[in-house]
Design a protein around this ligand. Structure first.
Ligand SMILES: C[S@@+](CC[C@H](N)C(=O)[O-])C[C@H]1O[C@@H](n2cnc3c(N)ncnc32)[C@H](O)[C@@H]1O
Length: 353
């Protein structure tokens, strides 16, 4: 049988495939720009030549010239002639300014080692994914690079004040647990803003707890536990439980949710941040970053969510509002309020017993 291949479709799939290869190579260039301080050096420098950038950074001019041209070709830096280059302040917001909520270069800081890629391929054969420690020595830093800027921008000015009664409790001294605390950024911010409260961070990743321990060392009101959310004690005395971007990573989020119900006070609050997604495929298709989200699932979130036998395997887009409401109700919570805090990637749920 002969196949009649449509040349237009061949062209379409060729372009789509190679544009992802281009993305991979440009991602490496962004990694270098961030790692070598090139974006920071160019922020506010006006029109620069490779020689100027060499003077600003002490780096080799020939490499800088090729890098600048790659950035101009990628439309991240402007150049009319390939000799002089302008890094606009709007681009600096995304690539150079770490305090900006839009800062994104941190997401390129960690390059995956080949053994992690081998492990990801193996998960297709065995069914078992890699947990966060298996995802590379800098997995916790990688997470922070992706999620940190939005957390920094929204947590204190927007998220906490919108939760019913939570600011007052934190000011007066509340018991707070951050489940899946990662490198401890949320505890860091809250414990500085509300020093009368006490904080316990739980995470089963040694690398995450190591990073959090370094960041939070010397804080008397902070404790860290190398353990999953399902191991929370049934104490019934926690005022605020936080789960940020981690329920969909858990092999058994149902068990963690039940444990949270046992740990939380009857008038306590559970704050969930999870990926903005829908149970409807067509709604998800409206997300211009959907391909990246599913690829992130295969490469990270689903890995962790399948890292034990008998896992739920939610993955990056698995905890949509319908699933979240049903699962929290199954765990014994009766109140469920969804907040959209102008975070392009996440929704927030205020859940109460
Ligand atoms: C995407 S990271 C989010 C970290 C942090 N909450 C943040 O917003 O930056 C997901 C975290 O969930 C943790 N995790 C995985 N399984 C878990 C479990 N069973 N209980 C608690 N945390 C878990 C991972 O180790 C990882 O640190």
């Amino acid at each position: 049988m002969t196949e009649n291949l449509d040349p237009k479709l061949i062209g379409k799939y060729t372009m789509a495939t190679w544009s992802y290869k281009q993305g991979e190579m440009i991602a490496l260039m962004i990694h270098l720009g961030h790692r070598l301080g090139l974006y920071k050096a160019m922020d506010g420098a006006g029109l620069v030549t490779p020689e100027d950038l060499a003077n600003l950074t002490g780096l080799h001019q020939r490499w800088l010239k090729e890098w600048l041209r790659s950035q101009a070709a990628a439309q991240l830096i402007k150049s009319q002639d390939g000799e002089t280059f302008l890094f606009e302040p709007e681009a600096a917001e995304i690539l150079a300014r770490e305090d900006s909520p839009k800062f994104s270069a941190g997401a390129f800081a960690v390059v995956r080692p080949s053994e992690v890629v081998d492990g990801i391929a193996d998960s297709f054969r065995t069914g078992l994914g890699l947990n966060y420690d298996g995802l590379g020595s800098e997995s916790a830093q990688h997470v922070e690079g992706m999620l940190g800027p939005m957390t920094k921008a929204l947590l204190l000015p927007t998220i906490i004040p919108n939760l019913s009664g939570v600011t007052e409790k934190l000011e007066n001294g509340a018991r707070v647990v951050d489940v899946g605390c990662g490198g401890g950024m949320v505890i860091d911010m809250l414990s500085e803003a509300f020093p009368a409260s006490t904080y316990v961070g739980y995470d089963p990743s040694e690398r995450a707890i190591e990073l959090a321990s370094k960041r939070l060392s010397g804080r008397d009101n902070v404790e860290l536990q190398l353990a999953g959310g399902e191991e929370l004690p049934d104490s019934g005395d926690i005022d605020l439980v936080i789960t940020f971007d981690c329920l969909h990573d858990m092999p058994r989020p149902d068990l963690a949710m039940k444990a949270i119900r046992g740990a939380i006070k009857d008038d306590g609050t559970w704050l969930i941040k999870d990926i903005k997604s829908s149970s409807n495929w067509e709604d998800n298709l409206k997300n211009p970053m959907l391909a990246m989200m599913y690829a992130t699932s295969v490469g990270s979130c689903l890995q962790s969510a399948m890292s034990e036998p008998e896992a739920f395997g939610l993955g990056t887009l698995g905890l949509n509002p319908d699933v979240a409401e049903q699962m929290t109700s199954d765990a014994g919570f009766t109140r469920f309020t969804m907040h959209d805090f102008q975070d392009p990637t996440n929704l927030y749920y205020e859940v109460r017993p």
